[in-house]
Design a protein. Structure first.
Length: 544
């Protein structure tokens, strides 16, 4: 039986009040209406109870019922953030490295200290909110027997330390007049608030709370998206960097045991997280955080004012080792029962999900310390990746996988390029390889090689909004590439088949039995078709 669930206002007339959707626990009115594309924005829709006070460092809970007033979502919400002090030097190094220019770390000012910067005024621990973009025709169909619209859910990146739901905006093709895909973007807890872990925390809390926030938001979509005209059976989850890494962990949640994932398809762009770190690392981070708060227990931390925790989180994140973030997903024995590569390799994941997975051609520079310029510093860096000090494994990495050979026979010509490649593989490339092979090479995989091809350089293409507000220098930004990429994304979300109508662009085939990437150079499409190149050697990565 089909039941109308909208409020009394369903038209797009500027003189008519914006429509109201009844979520049961709250009433939400659309925040804005875009007359050009004919879509509504529902901003800052609560999906979780405030994770404050006694709910800090615990699994998120459902919102309480509040039907005394209609929510309009006009107050912005972002979760407490933290930036590592190395980030500006890292960005400067990326600029020089990709331009082929020398970079002198000693001439660069010491890491900027962000501790004294005031937080964004939207910052609040009460941040478990999401945004929706819904076309008027889709919204009007809610509660009727009309076909339901596909749903694309965005999980933002930012090293599990910073970022927020609407940081990148909305892909322009989502906002086209004839588009029916619902776009959802979510917040989740970050830094110490979302990823503190270790034995002390788990005695009185839950590790990976940020991943559990994401799960609750995805379950919210399953329960409520039909009220906006969406189809809970056609949900695609998409993310970049930490957002894509999060999706990997959602696919492998609980080792694939229990209910299937609350989505059907996934698009992972540069899935990233730091490799497995032992419980001792997690515990040290927890104790350091408690010391910054001047308390000795998690229970005491729950009693402190929010501003105190927000400041401590920034201080601790600021002191992150170069190229790293203090906090991120960790093995917790429950939601993340083992390192994700091992879970994928042993078949412990949801096999029903359809996959697009991507990485960029030069992921590593942002995370690479430019002081690593000789064999000794390279070897020392590799040793930090293996806290067990397994000398055989370290020797294998340094002398077999990434040997100090600079005669042109390798993909690097110096120790700096050598460590950039290692970082590309260990932080991103290996994750894509694990996923492709776990799904028996039946994924859709692509390499984003538009210059500079560095980490995150695909985001302006993914979120290019064309006539809806974005402006780029078209000589430096290929609008055709953006259109093709967004075609791939939307057609995969709708039909499970990434395709485009752009002439001269080949059919997007599956990954292939060779366990090597089918090259999809998305560059220079306006002047020439993609140029075949050497197979990208995915198998050079290693397994922990």
């Amino acid at each position: 039986m089909c039941t109308w669930v909208l409020g009394q206002n369903q038209t797009n007339s500027t003189s008519t009040p914006l429509p109201v959707v009844d979520l049961g626990y709250e009433l939400y009115q659309a925040t804005t209406f875009n007359e050009t594309g004919g879509f509504y924005s529902f901003s800052n829709v609560r999906y979780g109870a405030p994770p404050t006070g006694d709910l800090r460092f615990r699994a998120p809970e459902l919102p309480s019922t509040n039907r005394t007033s209609v929510q309009t979502g006009e107050i912005g919400r972002i979760c407490p953030q933290g930036l590592p002090n190395w980030i500006l030097e890292g960005l400067a190094f990326v600029t020089n490295y990709t331009a082929g220019l020398p970079f002198n770390p000693s001439a660069f000012p010491p890491g900027i200290n962000f501790d004294d910067l005031p937080p964004d005024p939207r910052t609040t621990e009460d941040c478990l909110f999401l945004d929706l973009i819904v076309h008027q025709n889709v919204l009007k169909s809610a509660g009727t027997c009309a076909p339901k619209a596909p749903v694309l859910v965005w999980i933002h990146g930012g090293g599990y330390a910073e970022g927020y739901k609407d940081m990148e905006g909305t892909p322009g093709k989502i906002m086209a007049e004839d588009e029916d895909t619902i776009f959802v973007a979510i917040n989740y807890r970050l830094g110490a608030f979302g990823f503190i872990s270790g034995p002390t925390l788990q005695e009185d809390g839950v590790a990976n709370a940020g991943l559990l926030d994401q799960r609750l938001a995805l379950e919210w979509v399953q329960q409520h998206i039909h009220k906006f005209g969406g189809d809970p059976e056609r949900v695609t989850v998409m993310g970049e960097s930490a957002g894509a890494g999060s999706i990997l962990l959602q696919i492998t949640a609980h080792g694939g045991q229990g209910p299937r994932a609350p989505f059907n398809r996934v698009i992972l762009q540069s899935p990233a997280f730091f490799p497995f770190r032992p419980a001792s690392y997690q515990e040290n981070a927890t104790q350091n955080f408690l010391a910054l708060l001047n308390v000795s227990t998690i229970a005491e931390a729950r009693t402190l004012p929010s501003a105190v925790l927000i400041q401590a989180n920034q201080v601790q994140t600021g002191a992150s080792p170069y190229g790293e973030f203090v906090y991120g997903p960790e093995v917790d024995g429950t939601f993340v029962p083992e390192y994700v590569g091992k879970l994928l390799g042993s078949g412990q994941f949801d096999h029903s999900v359809e996959v697009i997975v991507a990485h960029n051609s030069d992921e590593g520079p942002l995370f690479t310390d430019p002081n690593i310029v000789d064999d000794d510093s390279f070897d020392a860096f590799v040793a930090t990746l293996f806290p067990s000090n397994n000398e055989t494994l370290i020797d294998y990495v340094t002398n077999v996988l990434y040997p100090p050979i600079f005669d042109g026979s390798r993909l690097y010509s110096s120790n700096l390029e050598r460590v950039v490649l290692l970082n590309s593989d260990i932080l991103v490339g290996c994750n894509t390889f694990y996923l492709d092979t776990a799904f028996l090479n039946r994924t859709f995989a692509y390499l984003f090689a538009v210059p500079p091809g560095t980490h995150g350089s695909d985001l302006p293409y993914t979120f290019y909004s064309g006539p809806f507000g974005s402006s780029y220098d078209t000589e430096a930004f290929n609008v055709t590439v953006a259109g093709v990429l967004q075609d791939y994304i939307l057609n995969f979300a709708k039909y499970g088949n990434p395709s485009t109508g752009v002439e001269g662009v080949g059919t997007f085939v599956r990954y292939g039995e060779s366990a090597q990437l089918n090259l999809y150079y998305l560059c220079y499409l306006t002047t020439r078709p993609p140029v075949p190149g050497p197979k990208y050697q995915e198998v050079r990565g290693f397994f922990f």
